[in-house]
Design a binder for this molecule. Sequence first.
Ligand SMILES: [Zn+2]
Length: 149
Amino acid sequence: MARKDALLRLHQRLIEKRDSLRKKSGNDDRNWQNSPQTGGDIGDAANHGASRELNTQLAALENRELRQVELALQLIREGRYGKCENCSHSIPIERLRAVPTTILCVSCQSELELTGTLAVDGEVDWGHALDFEGRMNPTEVSLRDIETD
Ligand SMILES: [Zn+2]
């Protein structure tokens, strides 16, 4: 598949992911803001309170995921998607398919994993990016670039 087609598909996947994450966080907000006088019963409100801690942790994870997805979409809009944010080398499409929100090439990712830092200044939260990738993609992505253009 041409790289451009693959990127278009990834774009579509990212948009769907973003929409579903946004929808989820919208629902959570409504639950938390529900109070008895809006029609719910007292027991309901108590349940929401008890599980609020867990909800908060889940929401934090989802928010982090949403941030990663939004960053990837922003890079697509700016024409920078698929290029390493650190060294500007092209990221293999296979790696992007495995982790559509990745913003680093394999070698910069390794450097980040080894040193915990990169010599760049930017608004990107590298620690969270790494965390997110580790969670979503525990297996090693092949370094082989499978572009067949
Ligand atoms: Zn790089």
